[in-house]
Design a binder for this molecule. Structure first.
Ligand code: BDR
Ligand code: CA
Length: 310
C-alpha cells in the first residue's frame, strides 16, 4: 500500500529535491504540496514549488499557506543559502502551472478530516501551516498518523549556535507540533549534516541523464557554493529529502525516543530543540529523534528516486 503524505515545504533547494523524491514514487501517494514562507518569502516559495512541479511534469496540487510566523513579528529568510529567488541555479521555462484555490491550512484540515487516519505529514520548512491547522481544527490532530519533520538538532544549530533554521523561524509553531501528542520523528541537523552532496555525488546523479538529474545537479551546484561560503563545506547537506527517504525505507535512520521541548522563551537559545537524550528529566518521550543515518543507503534512495523519471 502506498504511503499517503502531505509535503509542507518552503522551496528551497533541498525542499525541491524532497518534492522530486516524493512526486513520482510508486511507494508514495503525494496528496498535496503545501507551502510556507521560510527559505524565501511566500510568493517566491510558492513560485518555486510550481516551477519544480511544472519542470518535472508532476500533477500534484500546490497550496499557498502562511506568509509569516504565528507569533513572532519578523519573518526570517535564508537568501544567503538559497539565493534571491529561494531556488537560484536552475533556469525554468515561463511558469504556466497554477496554484490551487484555497489556503494550505484549509487543505490540510479538510484532507485529514476526510481521511481514515492514514496520512503522514512531512514538514520540511517552518511549522506554521501545521500548527495553525492544529489550532484551528483540533479535531484533526488524532487523525494525523505521524509527523516526519526536518528540523531541530540536539547538537549544534545552523542559524544560531543553539537553533536550526526551520524551528528558529517559528518556534511557537514547533512548540504546538511537539506538544500535539502525535508521533513525531525529528530529522535534525545531527543526521542531515552527514549526507553531504560532494561533487562525486553530483557526478553520479548526472550520469542518470534525465530531466530530474539535470535539475538535481543545477540545484546542488548552486547550493554547494553557498554552503561552502557560509559553513566551509565542500558539499551541502541534503537536509529535507532525508524525511522522504526514511518513509521509503525506515532502515536509513537510527532513531531514539526522547522528550523534546522547544525553547520559546530565551533570547540566546530561542528555537532550540532541547532533546532529552539521556532522559534526565524522566519525562515521557514525545519524539523519535534521528541520531544516525546510513549514508550509502540514502544516496541509493536518491539515485533510485531520480531514475523514476526515466
Ligand atoms: C533547513 O533549513 C532550510 O534552509 C532547508 O531547506 C532545510 O529545511 C535546514 O536547516
Ligand atoms: Ca526546507
Amino acid at each position: 500500500m502506498k504511503r499517503k503524505i502531505i509535503l509542507d515545504c518552503d522551496p528551497g533547494h533541498d525542499d525541491a529535491i524532497a518534492i522530486m523524491l516524493a512526486g513520482k514514487n510508486p511507494a508514495i501517494d503525494l496528496l498535496g504540496i503545501t507551502i510556507v514562507a521560510g527559505n524565501q518569502t511566500l510568493n517566491k516559495t510558492v513560485n518555486n514549488a510550481l516551477n519544480v512541479c511544472q519542470y518535472l511534469d508532476l500533477d500534484i496540487p500546490v497550496y499557498r499557506g502562511c506568509d509569516r510566523p504565528m507569533v513572532k513579528e519578523k519573518q526570517v529568510i535564508s537568501s544567503e543559502i538559497h539565493g534571491e529567488t529561494g531556488l537560484d541555479g536552475p533556469v525554468f521555462e515561463p511558469l504556466e502551472r497554477e496554484e490551487e484555490e484555497g489556503h494550505a491550512v484549509e487543505f490540510i484540515i479538510k484532507t485529514l478530516r476526510e481521511s481514515e487516519g492514514d496520512i503522514t505529514l512531512v514538514p520540511t520548512g517552518p511549522l506554521t501551516n501545521i500548527a495553525m491547522a492544529m489550532r484551528l481544527a483540533p479535531d484533526i490532530v488524532p487523525k494525523i498518523q505521524e509527523i516526519v519533520l526536518m528540523g531541530g538538532c540536539y547538537q549544534l544549530g545552523n542559524v544560531t549556535p543553539a537553533a536550526e533554521f526551520n524551528i528558529f523561524v517559528d518556534a511557537e509553531a514547533a512548540h504546538v507540533v511537539f506538544t500535539s501528542g502525535r508521533p513525531v520523528t525529528m530529522v535534525g541537523l545531527d543526521v542531515t549534516r552527514k549526507v553531504l552532496c560532494y561533487l562525486e555525488v553530483i557526478e553520479r546523479m548526472a550520469a542518470i541523464d534525465n530531466r530530474a538529474s539535470s535539475l538535481f545537479c543545477d540545484l546542488m551546484l548552486f547550493f554547494n557554493k553557498t554552503q561552502k561560503e557560509v559553513f566551509g563545506w565542500d558539499g551541502g547537506p541534503l537536509h529535507d529529502p532525508v524525511t522522504i527517504a526514511s518513509i521509503l525505507n525506515p532502515e536509513v535512520l537510527v532513531t531514539r525516543p526522547m522528550y523534546t521541548e522547544i525553547d520559546i522563551r530565551s533570547v540566546q537559545s530561542y528555537g532550540r530543540t532541547n532533546c532529552d537524550y539521556f532522559n534526565v528529566t524522566g519525562k515521557e518521550p514525545n519524539s523519535n529523534v534521528a541520531i544516525d543515518i546510513n549514508v550509502d543507503l540514502f544516496w541509493e534512495i536518491i539515485e533510485k528516486g531520480i531514475r523514476n523519471y526515466n
